[in-house]
Design a protein around this ligand. Structure first.
Ligand SMILES: *Cc1c(COP(=O)(O)O)cnc(C)c1O
Length: 425
């Protein structure tokens, strides 16, 4: 899909015209969009926190409920979508979304659990190489997970945790500062763990450059794509990090607390010396049910599975991934760049002295989210927006995060968001 180089206009008519021209606009109808008490549709800008429900989820779930009711245990093989290989149905589509080989991707557990499992394999500290680099604004769960891993290995986070942080008076992390950290800490760095896209600033870091920097330094490199999956094109196989983890309830619209995803680069699949926490679902499928001793890992990301997966949750993931496959991740990203560009244009046009966008202006360095900093604001601004029918997200001390998710957000939504903001300010 090519995006015509329209010149944006600050009118409702222009926004509506963009919706008519948008080749993905019909996907909006596939989702339940949240409504207020009087059934009026809300302007939903929180797809970065919990994506909207695909209408098809109910049908997908019903299929599994019926098969369970009618088939009982036989459903493992006899269900319309047999439960035994159910996660395999998801891997191809998931791999397309993150730019991986199907063998490199598995849907399992939840995000923080997967992060721990990946660190079990890829954080193997020694007396001299024990440090982990994260962004200073890393999501709290990631930071807790990393600190606990450091302690688990007998090290002290105050020595082993290294923060990549924005310079004084700035909001974004600079790549050259990461290079400086690597120069300073060198061989003592065991792992880079970077949240991409950053949940707070919306900044998207260069995956390939960071991976190469880490690998040149002899470190392992992993990414948390909670805010990246279904949003940017991380091209994981080509860019080459050792692992990545994500959740499916944000841009992937798979329901509250739904399953996580995990990427393990092909180069590690046959390395039996890698440490790992194992379970029967990671064992060779041909002999799994012989129930013998001696763990024989599947030579793919599946080898990191522990348990047989929750099919009801996976049915919701499948409903959502089928929509992504139909729309095409590259098309989604192309619309996203244009749609968020429109949001940025409208905010610029507001030209309000209390407002600044902290997210990078370069579309390559961000996903769909813009983080709007409002001078002297407090939570009441966010509450007023909510009252006006805009669902956004507030981060202390003064940032509103808005994420026009391209599958169901219209240009008109974006226009209305900025109109309401203008009225409130
Ligand atoms: C949403 C999010 C999480 C949440 O983790 P769960 O294990 O799914 O609860 C963790 N890390 C990041 C970066 C997130 O954005």
């Amino acid at each position: 899909m090519t995006i015509s180089k329209t010149t944006y206009q600050n009118t409702l008519a222009f926004a509506k015209e963009q919706d008519v021209k948008d080749p993905l606009s019909h996907f909006r109808d596939r989702f339940h969009l949240p409504i207020d008490k009087d059934d009026n549709p809300l302007v939903y800008m929180c797809g970065n926190s919990l994506g909207c429900q695909p209408k098809s989820v109910a049908t997908y779930l019903e299929q599994e409920l019926n098969d369970w009711a009618n088939l009982g245990v036989e459903g493992h093989f006899e269900a319309e979508n047999p439960w035994m290989p159910y996660h395999e149905f998801l891997a191809n589509q998931m791999a397309d979304i993150v730019g991986a080989l199907p063998s490199e991707v598995v849907i399992m557990n939840t995000l923080t659990t997967n992060l721990h499992l990946m660190m079990v394999s890829f954080y193997r500290p020694t007396a001299t190489r024990h440090k982990i680099i994260i962004e200073s604004d890393a999501f709290p769960s990631d930071r807790y997970a990393v600190e606990s891993q450091i302690k688990h290995h007998g090290f002290d986070p105050s020595e082993s945790l290294v923060l990549w942080q924005p310079r004084e008076g700035e909001e974004l992390c600079r790549y050259e500062d990461l290079e400086a950290i690597v120069k300073e800490h060198g061989d003592s760095i065991a792992l880079f763990l970077i949240g991409n896209t950053n949940y707070y600033s919306g900044q998207c870091y260069p995956i390939q450059k960071i991976t190469e920097l880490g690998h040149r330094n002899g470190s392992k490199v992993g990414f948390d794509l909670a805010h990246g999956v279904g949003n940017i094109l991380p091209d994981l196989h080509k860019n080459g990090p050792d692992f990545a983890v994500w959740c499916s309830y944000k841009y992937l619209n798979s329901g509250p607390g739904s399953l996580g995803g995990c990427f393990v680069h092909e180069r590690h699949h046959r390395n039996t010396k890698l440490n790992r926490f194992s379970g029967w679902w990671g064992h060779n499928k041909d002999t799994r049910f012989n129930m013998r001793h001696g763990f024989d890992p599947i030579p793919s990301a599946e080898g990191w599975q522990l348990s047989n997966p929750p099919i009801l949750s996976m049915a919701a993931v499948k409903a959502s991934l089928d929509i992504f496959a139909e729309a095409g991740m590259k098309n989604i990203r192309a619309k996203s760049i244009h749609l968020t560009g429109y949001l940025e244009f409208l905010l610029d046009d507001l030209n309000h002295d209390r407002i600044s966008v902290i997210t990078p202006r370069d579309p390559e360095q961000r996903g769909c989210q813009l983080s709007i900093q409002v001078k002297n604001a407090d939570r009441s601004l966010h509450d007023q927006l909510t009252k006006a029918g805009v669902i956004s997200d507030w981060r202390e001390p003064d940032v509103i995060r808005v994420a026009p998710a391209p599958l169901y957000t219209s240009y008109e939504d974006v226009y209305m968001l900025v109109e309401k903001l203008k009225q409130i300010l």
